[in-house]
Structure formats: C-alpha cells, structure tokens
Design a protein around this ligand. Structure first.
Ligand code: ZN
Length: 536
C-alpha cells in the first residue's frame, strides 16, 4: 500500500467556477481507495487565490516533501497547485528534486522530457485563453456601462437588482422598505443635524438591520458610505475603483489570501455614470452634506484638549483607552466600548477623567524623579536580569538567521527556474517580491532582538544625576513638550478598580554626560523599569 498525501485548494473568488473543497477531497479520497493508497497527510488551502504561492498549507507540503512521511502527493488538477504555469513548474521541479511523485488526477504528469514540454505548451495556451476571456469580459462590462447599462449585480441599500431578460436590460428598482430608511437617514442628518454616530445609535434603537449581504450591524463607515452614494440622486457610478496590490501592506511577512487586496480610486474622468431611479431629491442630498461638513469643522475646533497620556492608557482587562470628549468633558475611554457601540460591550470599566489622570501621573512622575533612592532598588534588580537576557537573545538571533538562510535558498531556486527559461523576468520579479517581504520581516526581527539586548555593562554611577536632570527638565517643560516627555518615559498606565492606576515607565540610562533632551528622545537608550501604584 502506497502512503500518499492529498492537496486541495479553492479561492474565494466566485468567478472562478470550481468545485468546492469538499468535492475535491471526496474525489481524492475515492481515487486513493481505488488505487490501493493510504492517505497519511492532507494539505487544504480553503479560500486562497491560486495566484499566490505563499500559502500556509502549500508551504507545509513543500517542507514535508523531504521528510519521507509520504511517497506521492495527489491533486485533482494543476490549477489546485497554482494558477500560473510558472508557479506550477516551480513547485513540480522542487518536488521532483526531493524525489516525491506528483499525481494530477485529470492528466498524469508526463514522465519524459518531450511529454513535459508538451504539457507546458498546453499550459501556456490555457493561461493565454484565460487572460483573453478575462479581458473580453472587462471590455464588455465597460462597453455596457458606457451604454448606460448596469454592470454589477449588487445594488446599494434601498434598491433591488433585476437581471436582464430577453426584452429588458438589467436594472435597479427602488425597494420601498429600504428606500424609506434611506430618506429617513438623510433627513436626520440634513434637518435634525444628526452626526453619523447618532445615526448609528438611532438605527440600532429602532432595530433597523442593514443590508444583510454587507454586515450584521450598521457602523459609522457604512452610514458614511450610504450618505455619499450618488445613486440616491439618480446616478450610479461604475469603474470608480481598481483593485491593486497594497503599497503599504499592514501585515508584512504574513500569509495573504489574495494578492490585490487593496482598492484605489480612479480619476473621476474614468467613472462611468449610469442613470438609476432616484430615492431622494438633490436638495436634501446637498443639505445633508453641508451639515456633515459643518459637523466636521465643529468637531475639529472642539478637539482642543491635548491628551498627555494618549496611547498609553489601558483597562486592566487590556483594552486600549482612547481620548474622547463627552459633553465638553475629556475622558480616557475603553476602545472596546467605543468601537462596539451601540452593541453591548464586554468591558464594564468606566471612563476616567483625562485632566485628573494626566495631572496625577505627571505629579507622581516628578515625585519619583526627585527621590532617586526610591527607584534605585528596582534599577539594581533590573540590572541583574539584563545579564540573563543577553544569552537568550543570542539564541533567538541564531534561530532567525537559519530561517533567513532557508529563504535565500528558495530565492536561488526561483532564479534557477528563470535561468532554465520556464518563466519570464516579470514573473521572476513577482515571485521574488513575496520572498523579499518575508525576508524583511525576519531581518527587522533580528534587528529588534539585537537592540533589545544590552551590549555592555550598565553603569549606574550617574543614576541619581540623571534622575535629577530629568526632574528639572520636566518641571520646567513647556506645556507643548510635556506630551513628548510623557510618551518617552511612560510605558503604560493601567486604570483599575477603586480609582487606582498602575503606572509603568522607564528611565533612560546613559554612561556619559549628555544633553538630557537628546537622552529623552534617543531611541537607543537603555531602559530601567519602575513600577508604582497609587490611588487617585
Ligand atoms: Zn475596557
């Protein structure tokens, strides 16, 4: 009996007409039972675009290939491995090199060079066909939109979509129950001066659900989108945005399910206007937007309090607290409560008055710095711990360097495939881009680990002087500088029960006399932790 692994993939893109993940697995299992094979491992990428090679399960498969857990790996077809021929060939070569057998159920992999080349040529044509069809569809949509025909089947809130029939074109028709709510929202804003937050609250109070296909509840951004929709005054726009690979990805080095996950606005002259039945009149639309503009200016003027501890305050349960003004008072309020609004929240912690907390923390900071002898024992303890940290971070750096070597090997493999003429230069660049992101993530981790580790003995001789220097800097600090100093000295402030706060901070230590201002903003100064608890 042969030990095999099965691998399957589906994307989330509904346009790719493909079998479900279950039907793929069923087909593979059936084949295994018919061919006297036992499945010892499964690699299932559910919801991953075939344009991406960096998939968690495919990576695991490639890692396992040399471990001898299984002799063959079985896919339903080549597309399940990857969409692009070049990517398919890359993995196939790699697996063949590792001496494992690859089986595609729809067409066995040729076992001679001529056969392989024929399969590749067929693959090139299939890829070209697909690109041609996609382009034809795109042009068809633009053409239809230019003729004033609706292209997308997903109508905005307030409409129902009717696909074209033999005698009529596709159209949106007003769906009165939702249209009434659209009118109501615009009136709230235009006539009652509601903010978007108040609109969300009111909709929640009246138990009005949003369009189900979009989200489970109204949030500020969905109300904002609704208020900006020109569909409601009779014009739907097509071709407004284009999907792109994000320029500044938020999760560098992590797996991404789709490549072009970001949307960019197109220039207005590319937008194609399609007439649709209006729900409100232009006057109301204009009025609502004037009011929103007013609110914005008013809010900006009102946001005059500088939260001293901005970004540093937390609930004891770990939620971040953000500066928020309510009726002219300033608070640090739990972000979980604010963003869950108006849904019930898990955290019961109440807001704390920002002016009081700011004053207390600042006062406590000054008191501590004026008495270095209070902090000193903690600094001594911290110094002792440092020697242990050094050896631990060295181990970590070694481990990260190994991972980096592995990525470099993979890079070479890509270049080899390019050298053999299987892929174009553009494709090579594309592939290397993925690897580069991973490499950068690891490199920055190495740098961070290195920075965290103290590089030489800490000298505490000047500790008292440093405290005194900082004390005077803070004492005579201009109001506009206080926030920067607080940000550099304080790590976190946990606001707890019974009106108490746990303040964590650090004191920059330097071995030579230096301008204290530089010390405070320097990024590489060493930190000693000190903890103080006090009631306020
Ligand atoms: Zn909280």
């Amino acid at each position: 009996m042969k030990r095999i692994a099965i691998a399957a993939r589906v994307s989330t893109n509904r346009q790719e007409k493909e079998a479900t993940i279950e039907s793929q697995i069923a087909e593979l299992e059936f084949w295994a039972s018919e061919n006297d094979c036992v499945i010892v491992e499964r690699y299932i990428d559910d919801g991953w675009s075939g344009e991406i090679l960096a998939r968690p399960e495919l990576d695991r498969l490639r890692d396992d290939a040399s471990k001898g857990i299984w002799e063959s790996v079985v896919f339903v077809d080549r597309d399940r491995l990857a969409r692009k021929l070049s990517l398919q060939e890359l993995v196939i070569d790699e697996l063949v090199e590792k001496d494992v057998e690859i089986i595609f159920l729809n067409e066995p992999l040729a076992d001679n060079p001529e056969g392989r080349i024929m399969q590749q040529i067929k693959g090139v044509f299939a890829e070209y066909e697909r690109a041609k069809i996609a382009e034809r569809m795109r042009r068809g949509k633009i053409h239809n939109a230019n003729e004033g025909k609706l292209v997308t089947g997903t109508p905005p809130y307030g409409y129902k979509y009717f696909p074209k029939t033999k005698t009529t074109v596709a159209k949106y028709e007003i769906y009165q129950p939702e249209a009434e709510i659209v009118r109501m929202i615009f009136k709230w804003v235009a006539e009652e001066g509601y903010s978007m937050r108040q609109v969300v609250k009111e909709l929640f109070k009246r138990k009005i659900p949003p369009a189900k296909r979009i989200s489970k509840r109204w949030v500020k951004s969905s109300v904002e989108r609704l208020l900006n929709r020109q569909d409601y005054i009779g014009t739907s726009y097509y071709n407004k945005t284009v999907s792109v690979v994000p320029k500044h990805p938020q999760n560098v080095g992590k797996y991404k399910k789709i490549k072009k996950s970001s949307r960019r606005m197109k220039p207005k002259e590319d937008w194609i206007a399609i007439p649709v039945p209006p729900i409100i009149n232009k006057e109301l639309f204009k009025q609502a937007h004037l009011k929103l503009q007013e609110n914005k200016i008013y809010n900006r003027r009102n946001k005059k309090y500088d939260y001293l501890l901005s970004g540093k305050v937390f609930c004891t349960s770990g939620h971040k607290r953000v500066g928020d003004s309510v009726n002219g008072h300033y608070y640090y309020r739990c972000a979980e409560r604010i963003y869950k609004f108006p849904l019930p929240h898990k955290c019961d912690a109440e807001g704390v008055n920002a002016q009081i907390l700011d004053g207390m923390v600042w006062y406590k900071l000054l008191t501590l710095l004026s008495k270095p002898q209070v902090v000193r024992p903690q600094v001594e303890r911290w110094k002792e711990k440092q020697s242990k940290v050094v050896s631990r971070s060295q181990e970590e750096i070694e481990r990260l360097n190994l991972a980096l070597d592995k990525l470099r090997e993979e890079e070479e493999r890509h270049v080899k495939v390019y050298g053999a003429g299987f892929v174009t230069f553009e494709k090579l660049q594309d592939d290397l881009q993925d690897l580069k992101a991973k490499k950068e993530a690891i490199e920055s981790q190495i740098k961070e680990t290195g920075e965290k580790a103290p590089d030489d003995e800490v000298n505490l001789d000047r500790f008292d002087d440093i405290c005194t220097d900082i004390f005077y800097t803070l004492k005579y600090a201009h109001a506009s500088e206080k926030q920067r100093y607080a940000r550099n000295l304080l790590v976190s402030i946990y606001v707890g029960e019974r009106r108490s706060a746990l303040v964590n901070g650090h004191i920059p230590l330097v071995t030579q006399a230096q301008n204290i201002q530089d010390v405070l903003i320097g990024r590489h100064s060493r930190f000693a932790e000190c903890r103080q608890k006090h009631a306020f």
